[in-house]
Design a protein around this ligand. Structure first.
Ligand SMILES: Nc1nc2c(ncn2[C@@H]2O[C@H](COP(=O)(O)OP(=O)(O)OP(=O)(O)O)[C@@H](O)[C@H]2O)c(=O)[nH]1
Ligand SMILES: [Mg+2]
Length: 204
């Protein structure tokens, strides 16, 4: 369980992020998928990360310090068609540089909208992570929006698609920021990653 979460800093330049002196886990996914909302849900602080009904709210790399121990990072979304190409390319370069270069990054949660059938952009992003050696897990969001069977159908379809390209699909979680579904399970997993990083078992 997370007891305390504090905002540290926002950056557009990955090179200006805080000193990489502790475990770090980032949330990434399409614009509007619910990254900032899920950060607020697991830290139990409604206004910690800024959220919006409109895609494109988070535009910087945001560091939060969790329990004076590790960093949780909220990133801008990918695939937001409505910003101009220059801005979009800028965000994408910032995200990919951050993910490739951040030496203390021990996990990346790729958030996927559980309401939708498999989306090409999410599959491509996860395959990019696999190629770059970015350690990804899948986090399906907004599970409160439809029946459990529909959620499960979309997830199974997603995993099947992924399995066409990778030997083993990453681990996944089912969540709702609205209802708190999956919150404990995901937090436990993140804290376990931090423990492994601290003990030197992980070598990001
Ligand atoms: N019903 C429901 N709505 C959600 C859930 N998570 C997020 N939302 C809504 O989805 C919208 C987008 O949420 P954000 O958390 O701002 O999404 P984001 O991925 O951070 O978006 P960007 O920063 O723009 O990339 C908001 O209107 C949220 O209230 C959820 O679990 N259930
Ligand atoms: Mg956001």
């Amino acid at each position: 369980m997370i007891k305390e979460a504090k905002f540290v800093i926002s950056n557009s330049n990955p090179g200006n992020c805080p000193k990489p002196d502790r475990a770090e886990i980032a949330f990434i996914g399409r614009s509007n998928v619910g990254k900032s909302s899920l950060i607020n849900a697991i830290t139990e602080q409604k206004g910690l990360a800024k959220t919006s009904q409109k895609p494109g709210k988070t535009q910087l790399i945001n560091h939060f310090l969790i329990d004076e121990h590790w960093y949780l990072v909220d990133l801008p979304g990918y695939g937001f068609a409505k910003v101009n190409k220059k801005v979009k390319d800028g965000w994408e370069a910032m995200i990919s540089t951050y993910l490739k270069k951040r030496e203390n990054l021990c996990g990346v949660c790729v958030l996927i909208d559980s309401r939708l059938p498999p989306q090409q952009i999410d599959l491509e992003f996860i395959l990019w992570c696999a190629t770059e050696g970015v350690p990804a897990v899948l986090v399906f969001t907004k599970a409160d929006k439809q029946s459990k069977s529909k959620t499960s159908q979309n997830i199974q379809a997603f995993i099947r698609k992924l399995e066409n390209f990778v030997e083993e699909a990453p681990q996944y979680f089912i969540t709702s920021a609205e209802k708190g579904t999956g919150k404990e399970e995901l937090t436990e997993f993140l804290e376990e990653l931090v423990k492994e990083y601290d003990s030197g078992e992980l070598n990001p």
